[in-house]
Design a protein around this ligand. Structure first.
Ligand code: BTN
Length: 261
């Protein structure tokens, strides 16, 4: 018996500890698990982050993955990660202390007071024949009770506890419940009205847009101005005296004092 009840069509698989909820969701997908299966674990032994990084996953935080089976064309994968980032930002705003600044940072990190409190890792299994994904796994981690000490040069991290949340604001169950409901509402908006309202909602909370940013790519770091978010969610970087660069994957660094929120 699960400790929380999620709305239909979610089906909750609740685990104590697992290697990675994304890995488990993929294994379940291969065994035929239905659309909207949610794999939630109290801790992860091999939590994974974006770009091959490790996601430290001690007990006390939220770690879960949503299996999505609708036939998504490849280009919509990014759009769905923005739907998820909006849902996380909404849920974090509810849990954060009153007046705390909650922002999103490209592509789908959520920050409290300028520090990363949540990350999203989306992985897809492509169907070569149709050009769509057989399924997507959307993995979300939210630092509630603790956060890792980050390496030098990495983005600063925080947790809701470190920011002063109390009571229900520190409940992993409540966070999962709020987040799942917001995500469902966001997917409905996206399916009915397209990416436009999702993009606007994201931009309303975005940190760094219009200001100087450094974008770290696998082989280089480029500095420029975050000019715009294009119609598919890519970052348009304005460079001094050169054509714009359209970035689809990378890590954005914003000065902690940036007024551009
Ligand atoms: C990032 O690097 O910002 C993305 C982090 C994503 C972490 C979550 S925790 C639940 C799910 N399972 C994983 O192994 N990773 C994601």
């Amino acid at each position: 018996m699960s400790s929380i009840e999620l709305p239909s069509p979610f089906q909750l698989v609740e685990l104590d500890c697992v290697d990675s909820t994304n890995a488990e969701a993929k294994r379940l997908a291969e065994q035929g698990a239905p659309d909207c299966t949610i794999v939630w674990a109290k801790c992860q032994t091999s939590g994974r982050g974006r770009r091959g990084r490790k996601w430290v996953s001690d007990t006390g935080n939220l770690y879960f993955s949503i299996l999505l089976r609708m036939p998504y064309p490849m280009e919509t994968m990014t759009q769905l990660s923005f739907v998820a980032a909006n849902a996380v930002a909404d849920a974090v705003s509810v849990a954060a202390p009153r007046g705390a600044f909650v922002n999103v940072k490209w592509p789908n990190d959520v920050l409290v007071e300028g520090k990363k409190v949540s990350g999203i890792l989306m992985e897809g299994e492509p169907d070569i024949k149709t050009g769509a994904f057989k399924y997507l796994v959307l993995g979300i981690g939210v630092n509630i009770a603790n956060h890792p000490v980050v390496e030098e040069g990495a983005y600063p991290a925080t947790s809701l506890a470190a920011q002063g949340s109390v009571g229900e604001g520190l409940s992993v169950e409540k966070m999962l419940d709020t987040l799942a409901k917001r995500f469902l509402a966001g997917v409905a908006t996206w399916r009915n009205l397209g990416f436009g309202p999702i993009r606007r909602h994201w931009l309303a909370r975005a940190k760094g847009v219009g200001g100087p940013v450094a974008v770290r790519l696998p082989n280089e770091t480029i500095e420029g101005v975050f000019g715009a978010l294009d119609e598919n969610g890519a970052l348009v970087l304005h460079l001094d005296g050169q054509p714009n660069r359209v970035i689809t994957a990378g890590d954005v660094f914003i000065s902690q004092n940036s007024p551009h929120i």
